[in-house]
Structures are given as C-alpha cells and as structure tokens.
Design a protein around this ligand. Sequence first.
Ligand code: MG
Length: 365
Amino acid sequence: MCYNIIVGSSAFCREIEAFVTRRPAIRQLSERREESLSPYAVKSRLSKGRLRDEEPCPIRTVFQRDRDRIIHSKAFRRLKHKTQVFIAPLGDHYVTRLTHTLEVSQIGRTIARALNLNEDLTEAIALGHDLGHTPFGHVGEDVLNELYRPGFRHNEQSLRVVDILENDGHGLNLTLEVRDGILNHSKSGSDVLGDGWGEVNTLEGEIVKMADIIAYINHDIGDAIRASIITERDLPLEAVKTLGMSHSQRINTMVSDIIDSSWAASGYDKIEIEKPKITMSASILEATNVLREFLFERVYHMKSAEEESDRARDMVSRLYHYFTRHEEGLPSEYLTYSDNAERRVVDYIAGMTDQYAQRVAAGLK
Ligand code: MG
C-alpha cells in the first residue's frame, strides 16, 4: 500500500477502496472462533442484543465493543479516586475501586479462559460491575440506602450508569448479557455460594461474582496488614493452611479450585448436563468463607467504627440534605436524568469521587 497519500485525491480514494475490499471480515472471524468455546459459553453472535439496535462493528464482537465503551466512560475513570475499604489512605499501595476492578477482570478472565467460556463477556462484566459505587465505599452506599426511600444498592446504580447516566444521558447501550452480569454481581446473603447468593443468567456473570470475592478477600487482607490493623499471624490458621500462606498462593488456590470444581460439576467428560455451574470444592469454600468472616469481624466492622468513616457518613448525609433542598446547585445535566428530584440528587452523589465529595461538602453553606 502507498503511504504517501494526499487526502482527497483520487489516489487516496483508490487506496481506501482497495484496503476495504482486501480486509477480511474481522468480526465474523472472531465470531467463528467462538464456535470452539464450550457449548455453555455465550456466543457474541447469539447475544440477546442491545436496548437500541445498532449497526454491528466491522472489527469487534458485541462484547468486545461493550468492554471498550466501559473503559472509555467517565464513570470508569472516576473509579481511581473511589475508596475500596480504606478512605483516602496516605500510602500509594492501597487498593482503589479501579485496581480492584482490574483484579476482578484479570481473575475472571483467567477462569473464563480455563473453562473455555467467553473471556470478552467476562471482561466486560468485570470492568463494569462497580461503576455505580458511591464515594467512601460501602460507608457511602449505606448512607444513601438509609436516606433515599426506594433504597440504594451499588449494583443497581452500576446498571443505571451504563443504561442512562453515561454518554450525556444516552447511556452506553450495552448488550443484555453484560447488563445482566453487572446488575446481578452482588449477593444479599453472608456466605459465598450460600443463601441469598442469587443468580446471574450466564456462567460468565457467575465467574465475575466469584472473581469479585476472590479479589477483595485477598487485597483487603493485604491492605489491612499494610495499615497495621492485623498481622499475617492473626489470620485464621486452619483457613490459611488450606488456602496458602501467601497472598499469591491463596489466589492461586481459589482460582484453581474454581476451575477444577466447575469442570467437574459441568462435566466436560459427561454427555448431558442439566445445568453447568461455577462452583468451589467444600473445603476451599469453607476456608474462603472463614477468611471472609474474619475480615468482617476484624477489619470491615472496625474500619466502619472509625472516626474517618463517621466523617464520610456525615459528608454524604450533608450533601444529600443540601441538594434535596437546593436542587439549583446540581450540575445542569443531572436535571435531565430523572423526573424524581431525590433520584437526581442520588445520581449526583453516587457519581462523586472521594475527593470531589470532600470538596463539594466543604463548600456547602
Ligand atoms: Mg466489586
């Protein structure tokens, strides 16, 4: 191909024409490759589609396109300034909502690839799952849930972000499979795979749900040790003996166990399976739940009782009460996202980063 092209010249047009004619149908090639995935994998070609129909991309499958839309969204960029557990920590190595999201994506993709499921769908769900998280982590979420009468849950807000709030109120128009995975990634019960675990309608979504837990259990232990709240020796001994003595060993044990147990449960050597599932073996599941329970008792409850959490609660509460009385203070675009005044305030506050919330709260009269 000639690279010395003058825009608008007939030579340029001929070059473009030749390139388009020669280029293979790239998306269709990718879709064809997906035919070699597990029969239980969601194939992008068979997606149930978007809220609004669109011309397909010539290069990317629908799930690859969803992943890219999420990465380019403003809500995704803001994750870097949102708390995971530790509010505005001074150290550089604490996990943020963004690094958590990337870990969930990496763990999820590893499991999806090993189970021959759709890695692109898994990645898109993982990157979008926490887009609706409030500032100050679950502290902010709890306050909005108390104040806003219909209730607030970050997974529902994540769906609202991709369906409505992003792209100047037009949403990202993602596929049904990615939207389902985002909405159903969180659980209401206490134990992993226990009561209240809930269901996602794809195995790729189930993978993200497990990957989310693997990521936070392990990085929150690391952060709690970093903050000197616990030491390695405080970790429940039996659970650590089962899962591994180091951070990387524990992740590896959990990930490998999910791969082995899910293969066994879904029967790659069996002919007919009623319902394949993403699961864990009894012993690894028990150790994982013990570790998670330990984190709640020794880290999350303790962090939530700290003064900085009280300050964060107070800030979110003041923001809510101020803007429900002074709607004229909302950025103008938020006025168009809902007919309900309280909903508009919740959308605004939920989208704030920790720093932005602090700045706005400090400026309230
Ligand atoms: Mg998460």
